[in-house]
Design a protein around this ligand. Structure first.
Ligand code: ATP
Ligand code: MG
Length: 275
């Protein structure tokens, strides 16, 4: 873990107060607005490290995607984007509850009622994105944050594709994190981003309920073989209706895989008896 930097002010507007984490392209800090005192998170992107010809469109895409998705309670809001010659600053909501998966690693696994709440917030946020023509495509633990009230905030649309980036209605860029990535994405064949997100939701739901991943192999061809054989086991404590939903999400064939619209009416998700 990196030491917190000395208090630093960004363009006279925000004071960085605490280092929160580091991603592939940015460092994230908690900060205080010097205008209204609000607590925010600032993602600092160093142009000299990232903005070569390949990176700049990626950053612009992230900002664009987030700006189009401002009105959903489970999507992290972007406040503003500031830039200097050397840095880009993305000012976003501060997620005071940290990463959902830090919580999971503390608890081991979640009871079905808790998992249901997070999962339905995730599906609701994704359906909203998909209705705006945007698939997330990089759903992974680090991008599922919690606010101070414990509600899920989906963050990081850095890899999401905008409608104008769709070719023949299919996406062609391999991206994401292997253990959470749909098989058709790993195989680098054209794919439907919303079905790829549905797969990742299946991995996330399994992970929340089981406390471990269904498929986890650093050897991607070996992992793909396990995926296509549906080679995973359910721990005994997972209910029948949750198993059935996970089974439908972890369908290696995107055409027959359940879509997220249908997930929302699923029996397990609608089951309020354990809430
Ligand atoms: P990638 O580079 O692929 O995006 P990442 O998701 O790990 O990887 P960032 O999105 O840069 O990287 O975030 C780094 C870490 O900072 C996150 O894992 C999270 O713990 C923390 N973080 C990010 N945004 C916020 C936020 N708005 N509020 C609180 N913590 C955050
Ligand atoms: Mg991220």
């Amino acid at each position: 873990m990196e030491a917190s930097p000395p208090p630093r002010t960004i363009l006279g507007r925000y004071q960085l107060t605490r280092f929160l984490g580091r991603g592939k392209f940015a460092k994230v800090y908690q900060a205080r607005s010097l205008v209204d005192g609000a607590t925010v998170a600032v993602k600092v992107i160093d142009k000299s490290k990232t903005v070569d010809a390949a990176m700049e469109p990626r950053i612009v895409r992230e900002i664009d995607a987030m700006r189009r998705l401002q009105n959903h309670p489970n999507i992290l809001k972007i406040h503003e984007v500031l830039a200097t010659k050397t840095k880009i600053y993305l000012v976003v909501d501060y997620a005071g509850g940290g990463e959902l998966f830090s919580k999971l690693s503390r608890c081991g696994r979640l009871p079905e009622s808790r998992a249901r709440r997070y999962f339905s917030q995730l599906v609701s946020a994704l359906l909203f994105c998909h209705r705006h023509g945007i698939a997330h495509r990089d759903l992974k633990p680090q991008n599922l944050l919690l606010d101070a009230a414990g509600d899920l905030k989906v963050s990081d649309f850095g890899l999401s594709a905008l409608p104008e980036h769709l070719r023949d209605n299919l996406l062609h860029t391999a991206c994401g994190t292997p253990a959470f990535t749909a098989p058709e994405v790993l195989r680098r064949v054209g794919y439907d981003g919303s079905k790829a997100d549905a797969w990742s939701c299946g991995v996330i739901l399994y992970n929340l309920l089981a406390g471990h991943l269904p498929f986890d192999d650093s050897n991607i061809p070996a992992m793909c073989r396990r995926i296509s054989r549906r080679d995973y086991q359910f721990p005994a404590w997972i209910s029948k209706s949750a198993r059935s939903l996970i089974h439908q999400l972890l369908d290696p064939n995107p055409k027959s895989r359940i879509s997220l619209d249908r997930v929302f009416d699923n029996r397990w998700l609608r089951d309020k008896k354990h809430v």
